[in-house]
Ligand binder design. Structure first.
Ligand SMILES: [Zn+2]
Length: 89
């Protein structure tokens, strides 16, 4: 499976190219503290908020890939693609 990143790069989403797997809730919380979440296909702030909450409480083992071009992290939540961009220090 390939995902088109926001930067245009096609990211191969396979277990071989998988960058991270979050296995613990606290890892997600650390991630969410460190990134700006960019959630696709959501319009209102309210639904974004719900999606972010859903990510926080989604299953504890989640595959995450990294775009080789722009370093966005790409993951899924309820079959929606979620982009996570790492803040520049
Ligand atoms: Zn990208």
């Amino acid at each position: 499976m390939k995902i088109q990143c926001k930067c245009g790069e096609e990211v191969v989403c396979s277990s071989a190219s998988q960058k991270y797997r979050w296995t613990r809730q606290e890892d997600w919380e650390r991630l969410l503290d460190a990134v700006d979440s960019e959630i696709e296909k959501l319009d209102s702030d309210e639904s974004k908020e719900r999606a972010i909450m859903a990510i926080r409480y989604s299953e504890k083992s989640t595959e995450v890939w990294e775009c080789p071009t722009c370093r966005r992290l790409i993951t899924f939540n309820n079959s929606q693609v979620v982009y996570l961009s790492v803040e520049k220090a």
